[in-house]
Design a protein around this ligand. Sequence first.
Ligand code: SF4
Length: 414
Amino acid sequence: MTIIPDLDVGPRTLRFMPDALKAGLDPYMAQYVGYRKSGLSLNHIIGCPLDCGYCVRHFWGNFDVKQPQLLVPTEQAIEDLIGHEAFQPHITPIQVFNKATDPFLPGVKPHLFQVLNSLDARGYTNHVLIITRFKVTADDMATLERLHHLRVTLLFTYSGITDPRIEPIAKTATTVTSIRTAAQHRQRTGVILYWRPITPGWNDDDQTMAHVLDIGRDVDAVVFTGLYHKAENAAYLQEQGVTVPYGEDEFHRRKTMPDDLDARVVAAWRTSGITTPLFRKTSCGVAYAHQAPDYNGHWGVREICDICPLDQQQRCADAHRQPTGQDMREVLDRFGYDSDFLIEDGHVWTHGLGEQRRYALQHTLQFQIWELDQPHFLHAHGRSLTGHGTPEDQADAFDQVRARFAHAARFNDE
Ligand code: SF4
């Protein structure tokens, strides 16, 4: 058994969260089934002792909850997941325990396997994404490999950061050992090295990049991304004495990955000599691991695809179908959603749906569904604008989109 120094891993048996603590949860944390870009997400266990400095739980005032605790029994959580308005058997990508805990903590893992076994027993073939940095054993892999239907992908967050104030688990070899174990024992399970958060000054030197890429030598795909730079985690990191390389005027709802850093990551991958494909988008790596087209329709944002293997590009090209106005009206009606829309090459503009509804449409149509009030910038798809400049003509381009949208909205009902 691996000895993990100075690392609390939580209890083996979970208790239910006391009502008083539950009542104080941010509504976003309390909502344990919710739709996100990578899929419909189940998070009925909250609490994590791993203390990653950049943890997203800082955003919802939940970082101090160290012990994983159940909000509801797992049987009920499964029913709520498959009873969600947007859940579709075989279509909706699912994420389990990706927001508020680590799925392979000793007390959490039995619940993870209960969810997977229950969904698999129903014959569902949906993608299931499991993000971890914790210990995955050969026995765990055997459990995953016994599933018959679900397309499961393990995404191992591994950054190469060695500063224990940012990445306490780096004191151990836990994540690297897990990646090697998973890669060695996988047959039908996808295994991804989730290289994040790549952050200037923390882990962007040549040696660290080469090391991370070497760890990814035997997995199905490497997916890279940047830091969520927000006030809450920046404040925590600064309290720990960590230098945060982005400023207060650069806080953003999207992750930060400047152009030059993207280019250096791609160059490091090219010089590394590894044959593992590199992806900018989570869903692209997951899809590739199962030899399927990207379920987020990123083929519509072709600039993302320049590093993608040619056979995968062909898969995405073959699956890419621009919806018609009739398709859009049908899918909006099916879910009971309401939005005007404008269909363009590679994406559909909508307005006011909110992320959860928008992504449900995107995964159903496998086509990019965009929000008029949160436009993607050229060469910065899904990223904050830090390090991308803001060409003046983009502002003009968005004015033109709004004008076309207003015009289209008048005719969509005809
Ligand atoms: S071709 Fe493009 S959209 Fe498809 S998986 Fe590759 S990068 Fe993603």
